[in-house]
Design a protein around this ligand. Structure first.
Ligand SMILES: *[C@@H]1O[C@H](CO)[C@@H](O)[C@H](O)[C@H]1NC(C)=O
Ligand SMILES: *[C@@H]1O[C@H](CO)[C@@H](O)[C@H](O)[C@H]1NC(C)=O
Ligand SMILES: *[C@@H]1O[C@H](CO)[C@@H](O)[C@H](O)[C@H]1NC(C)=O
Ligand SMILES: *[C@@H]1O[C@H](CO)[C@@H](O)[C@H](O)[C@H]1NC(C)=O
Length: 377
């Protein structure tokens, strides 16, 4: 082979390598736009507006960053990408952690089907048996606080735990999705398929599906068979003095809840909480424990089974935007910040105060400049 050919081959090789190395920069990271818009919609509820300003600044730094190999300590909750040529730094992963926690707040402030049941019980008891309620009318608040209702109180406690675990599953799932922006520029094309879908591991999908299934089952069991009958009878025994009237309340409430109200199923053989709707609208899953949206309305037609099914199918329209792949990323990332998740969301305090927008690069440059100046004088 002549020297010219070898040189030409070498040159071609160098050009190819240079091209490959520069094909993904921080600003063209394929997951940047999806993650940034998810973070922005999550922090939109921060009324101080500080979070949005910080998010804008951090994503601007991200866009201009030079990818470099990051340690697990640098990547915090997103340490799964340690050792990769990442564009993330300590501050953007703090933002990601807090933004993921923000997912739980609006969900926890909504009533679960258990709280709705309490409201419906009070409404029906007052409507059907007002004559037989001593010191009436009965209120949902009074029921929730009544320590003499031992079985009901045990249920209230266990459903609260299930509600909390469900919210933790959602924040972990959200965090796993947001962390994908920290994947290395040299690796990210392995994590996204030709259709632009994120590849996720089966294990991480299973973790999410298992946690959400457990919560769904926990709630479904409350409204099933003899257990549900016993719960209603306990309330009747406490609030309604006439047995015949109490029995009509039992029948009415059982009718309202005839179909399993909580089911992690899209009515089409799939799950509502699939684990593969990563960046898309996942509202059908997120509102799972709230049950049928029309449960408390007076429109009894909507409580019939075929309409329930219709409601499920419409709700299940959220399309998966990820695929399971052994080479994929883990889309389930827990964090110590999740310990603040409580039943009604009042203990969840997302704080963006510790998220600094001054990048460490700038600090290092400033320190170097100061040392130079110090030397000069
Ligand atoms: C249902 O009807 C009752 C009176 O019949 C009314 O007080 C209540 O607000 C109604 N609830 C809803 C959700 O429309
Ligand atoms: C409230 O949040 C803190 C963490 O911020 C946690 O340690 C504590 O257990 C939470 N309390 C409740 C009642 O959930
Ligand atoms: C949330 O629950 C706590 C007790 O767990 C209670 O003190 C607080 O008032 C509740 N907040 C709301 C908004 O219901
Ligand atoms: C913020 O940082 C301070 C000092 O390091 C620490 O005491 C505080 O707990 C941090 N707050 C949050 C919400 O992480």
């Amino acid at each position: 082979m002549s020297k010219t050919i070898i040189l030409a081959l070498l040159l071609a090789q160098i050009i190819t390598l240079a091209f490959a190395a520069s094909s993904v920069t921080c600003g063209t990271h394929p997951l940047l736009n999806k993650v940034q818009s998810s973070v922005n919609s999550l922090v939109a509820t921060d009324t101080s507006g500080k979070a949005k300003t910080k998010s804008d600044a951090l994503f601007k730094s991200f866009t201009n960053a030079k990818p470099s190999s990051k340690s697990a300590a640098d990547l915090g909750v997103c340490s799964a990408y340690a050792g990769q040529n990442s564009c993330c730094d300590k501050n953007i992963v703090k933002l990601i952690d807090q933004a993921a926690l923000q997912k739980a707040k609006p969900i926890q402030t909504k009533s679960t089907v258990f709280q709705k049941f309490t409201n419906i019980y009070a409404a029906q008891a007052n409507k059907l048996c007002s004559k037989y309620i001593t010191n009436g009318p009965v209120t949902a608040d009074a029921i929730l606080k009544n320590a003499a209702l031992t079985s009901f109180q045990a249920l209230k406690t266990s459903q609260a735990t299930c509600k909390i675990n469900f919210a933790k599953a959602l924040t972990s799932f959200t965090r796993g999705a947001l962390c994908t922006v920290c994947s290395g520029v040299d690796k990210v094309n392995d994590y996204v398929n030709a259709q632009g879908q994120l590849k996720v591991t089966q294990d991480s999908v299973n973790q999410f599906v298992s946690a959400t299934d457990t919560a769904a089952t926990c709630f479904a069991n409350i409204f099933t068979g003899d257990a549900f009958k016993a719960t209603i009878n306990e309330l009747n025994g406490k609030y309604i003095s006439d047995a015949t009237c109490a029995s009509s309340v039992l029948t009415k409430i059982q009718t309202v809840f005839t179909n399993k109200i909580i089911q992690n199923s899209d009515g089409n053989g799939g799950k509502l909480c699939k684990g593969t709707t990563v960046f898309g609208n996942n509202a059908a899953c997120e509102s799972l424990l709230q049950g049928d949206a029309n449960l408390e309305s007076n429109n009894s037609r909507l409580l019939r089974s075929e309409d329930d099914e219709m409601f499920r199918l419409l709700d299940a329209s959220a399309a998966p935007d990820a695929v399971v792949d052994p080479q994929g990323v883990s889309v389930y990332t827990t964090s110590s910040t999740d310990s603040s998740i409580d039943e009604n969301g009042s203990n969840i305090s997302t704080s963006f105060d510790n998220v600094s927008t001054t990048s460490s690069e700038i600090i290092k440059a400033a320190l170097a400049l100061i040392s130079l100046l110090a030397l000069a004088f």
